[in-house]
Design a protein around this ligand. Structure first.
Ligand code: C5P
Length: 228
């Protein structure tokens, strides 16, 4: 049976967070944010190794204690200029078998629950293509004009919000990211090859911490054990 690996791109600076410290290291429930992300991935018994992709000039990683995760966590200082480049560089450095599964998960989604992760693996391990955690859009969608006024209302019918982890075979993802380097998630690259990745229903709690006000919500979910 193919092995399952995880890869966490963590080479971004989080410009929308407006902070000196890169977003993944911001303090959250007693640890840097990325600690919670890595803890959930490392705790899954089906995941063999968790690779974290860091910027080559990252000066923060070694200030923290990662020993709890032992050999299951491996660091790769090969981040790129974009998320897609960081994932591609990490994928090449990890030297996986083409048939191995890879779960790519944003460092900035620390509230992923054990249940969501297990559900994704269960839903996809026999899938031909792979897929992603996602949530059907609940709100009405507005298209803005250049002056922050509503140009028109978009249909939300059949529209989903993509989350991570995104789970694909290492060989397919490698090929996809090489031909579509400007994508904002891994599924888009696989779609560009003509495939249709599966949508596995998730929940809002696995949101991406992006703006300063998101920290408080993530802290609440993590400390109250409300990850669903
Ligand atoms: O910027 P955004 O929130 O979309 O980033 C998503 C993930 O991609 C984060 O975990 C971030 O650290 C990572 N990233 C990266 N290399 C970059 C830009 C973003 O690993 N150059």
């Amino acid at each position: 049976m193919s092995k399952i690996f995880a890869l966490v791109p963590a080479a971004g600076c989080g410009s929308r967070m407006v902070s000196e410290l890169p977003k993944q290291y911001l303090p959250l429930a007693g640890h840097p944010m990325i600690y919670h992300t890595l803890a959930t991935l490392c705790a899954n018994p089906e995941v063999d190794i968790v690779f974290v992709v860091l910027a080559s000039d990252d000066t923060h990683w070694h200030s923290y204690d990662w020993s709890l995760f032992g050999d299951k966590l491996q660091q790769l200082f090969c981040g790129g200029a974009t998320r897609a480049e960081s994932v591609l560089n990490g994928l090449m450095a990890a030297e996986l078998e083409l048939d191995d599964w890879l779960l790519v998960h944003d460092a900035a989604r620390p509230c992923l629950s054990h249940k969501q992760l297990a559900r994704l693996i269960e839903a996809l391990r026999d899938d031909e293509v792979g897929g992603i955690l996602a949530v059907p859009v609940a709100d009405t969608l507005k298209r803005a004009d250049g002056e922050c006024r509503i140009a028109h209302t978009e249909s939300r019918e059949g529209v989903w919000q993509a989350q991570t982890p995104q789970m694909f075979r290492a060989g397919l993802l490698l090929q996809a990211l090489q031909i579509a380097p400007n994508v904002t998630d891994d599924a888009s690259a696989v779609e560009a090859l003509g495939f249709h990745p599966k949508l596995v229903t998730s929940s809002f709690s696995n949101f991406k911490v992006t703006y300063p006000q998101d920290i408080e919500l993530a802290e609440l979910l993590l400390t109250q054990g409300k990850k669903i």
